[in-house]
Design a protein around this ligand. Sequence first.
Ligand code: ZN
Length: 309
Amino acid sequence: MPVPSWETELKEVAPNVFAYIQGGGPGIDNASVSNAGLIIGDDYSMVIDALTAPVLTKAFIAAMKKVNPKPFRHLVNTHHHYDHTRGNCFFLPIEIVAHEKCREAVIEAGMPYPTRPDWQEGVEGLKLTPPTTTFTDKMTYRYGDIEVQLLYQGPAHTQGDILVYLPRYKVLFAGDVAFHYVAPHFWQGHGSGLLRVLDWIADLDVETIVPGHGPLGAKKEIAEMREYVEALRKEAKKRFDAGMNAVEASVDINMGRFDEWPNATERVIGNVMRFYLEFQGKPLAPISQDEIRRARETYLGRKVLRPKP
Ligand SMILES: [Zn+2]
């Protein structure tokens, strides 16, 4: 499937249900360029994810204000990563809802500023704002006649991902369980767990999927991502069985057409390290920031990029 380009937009995907997509496409760095959502009820509105830098969160809020006259009541964090939670502070006072493991991870990660030069404006206004309301399994909100189910399906992209499902409109905000046409990155999650949750989505009664990264899609994009994760698992396992370490395996692996996806090259190593832990019988063992940074440097230093066809 050719890799498309997509624009930044707040798009109504069902009555009073909006996806906020940040633009991208082939050759454009997608790191931390995440998506978000908005659900408008009779008296209040719910925001799904808060983006990563003040300039981005402020643009998101401005776009929402044009279509949404209702105050924000709940902010859902689909998982702990900065690109979904760093903007939390700009929604205060608000109730912030997440999986309990997401809250723990937000607190543990702290609040470093974003590093991209074009995301520096207003960073001094950032403050660590962890979720205030947590759950472990399922929670349901009602926004007018919209039932909003927050569902935990086990570790996948991280240890504490939740999916936001609107059965009435067959809409799923999948957070980073779904990457469409962008290389997924699950070094802090669970590789086979991710495959399981993608299978769960494939069986779900859903027609519109808002991914954490990439353009809007549906089950065909989920199938495509599943193929990436499955292919990487197979390639990593072959090399694990042959006694190669994770860096050697990552240098050796060629992901074929998936190498065209934004951020594909740099993410192989983290994903392979995650699968290696699983092959060693410790799928949830933490990988430290230091460990992944060192492994990535070694890997990128050795990786010979194939010329583009
Ligand atoms: Zn993300």
